[in-house]
Design a protein around this ligand. Structure first.
Ligand code: NDP
Length: 298
């Protein structure tokens, strides 16, 4: 059996198109342009790539995009002052502080300084609590993208056994909450889980969010299960023609062997990654509609 590929890139394009239509309507009917501010502290190369990509896609759907690039040595007080300014800026509906922050900055303090209504990453403690209690919140983008792909593929997830590998605050835990919200029976696995292969083998849905290249082989997957691979890992891929080292991206799942067993699987790249930014745009639109008392997009 060869698993169906869940095409996150194509799905993300349809999400962006819907967001763009809604943004155009907001402008035409209400004179409102949703605005997203992204704050980057320091020079982390991967973060710089993400921020560029977010800015470009924000503009492409017709939103206002603002980037604040701060020096790595920026003080906590200065960063908090910027967040305060953005919180009060009525043209900004979403604020995202790119993580990780340099070590001298307290991430929890910084994230919790964002107005929860503008917290489009869904990491503010209020949004975490709202999600955990099944109330309307801002939902973290990566798990939201995973849930959208699962719903699209299966329709209802009710009663399915789901295993989330990884318990981080930004992926694993909110993913588990969302699956529980859709009435899955959810197991959260982590580095201390005993007999991980057996735990994974019971699951109709496997979400791998670990950060270990190709850790989950096909032999762990239940035949026909749906596999969502969140992992982004850069590995060596030999040498380029000019002799310099070549790398490629792989997920947390061994794609080739998992394809033989799974019913459906997201590739890396082209699966969860593109959905994450699309959901950021969707969250910014949602935040804008909520603050203006307008109907939210579906
Ligand atoms: P973290 O490092 O914060 O969390 C990793 C989790 O994996 C931890 O809960 C850890 O367990 C668990 N883990 C580590 N080793 C094992 C093991 N051997 N067996 C079982 N569990 C293990 O990572 P993130 O959640 O931030 O990210 C996970 C992956 O997803 C990364 O590759 C990251 O790059 C990617 N990612 C992709 C995004 C996208 O848009 N596609 C967005 C965000 C992340 P413990 O808690 O016990 O240490």
């Amino acid at each position: 059996m060869t698993a169906t590929r869940i095409d996150g890139k194509a799905f993300a394009a349809t999400v962006r198109e819907k967001v763009a239509v809604h943004v155009a309507n907001l402008k035409a009917e209400h004179g409102i342009t949703p605005g997203l501010a992204v704050v980057l502290v320091g020079e982390d190369p991967a973060s710089q790539v993400y921020v560029r990509s977010k800015g470009k896609q924000t503009q492409e759907v017709g939103m206002k995009s603002v980037e604040h690039k701060l020096d790595a040595a920026t003080s906590e007080a200065d960063l908090l002052a910027l967040i305060d300014k953005l919180n009060r800026d009525e043209t900004i509906h979403g604020i995202l502080v790119q993580l990780p922050l340099p070590k001298h900055l307290n991430e929890d303090l910084v994230i919790n300084a964002i107005d929860p209504a503008k917290d489009v990453d869904g990491f503010h403690i209020s949004n975490v609590g709202l999600l955990g209690t099944g109330q309307k919140s801002m939902v973290p983008c990566t798990p939201l993208g995973c849930l959208m792909m699962l719903r699209d593929h299966h329709g209802s997830l009710s009663g399915m056994d789901a295993v989330v590998i990884g318990r981080s605050n930004i992926v694993g835990k909110p993913m588990a909450q969302l699956l529980l919200g859709d009435s899955c029976t959810v197991t959260i696995a982590h580095s201390r889980t005993k007999d991980l292969p057996d735990v994974v083998r019971r699951a109709d849905i496997v979400v791998a969010a670990v950060g270990r290249a190709e850790m989950v082989p096909g032999s762990w997957i239940k035949p026909g299960a749906t596999v969502i691979d969140v992992g982004i890992n850069r590995v060596d891929a030999g040498l380029k023609d000019d002799g310099s080292p070549k790398t490629r991206l792989v997920g947390d799942v061994d794609f080739a062997s998992a394809c033989e067993i799974a019913g459906a699987i997201t590739p890396v790249p082209g699966g969860v990654g593109p959905m994450t930014i699309a959901c950021l745009l969707a969250n910014t639109l949602t935040a804008c509609c909520r603050v203006n008392g307008l109907a939210e997009p579906e």
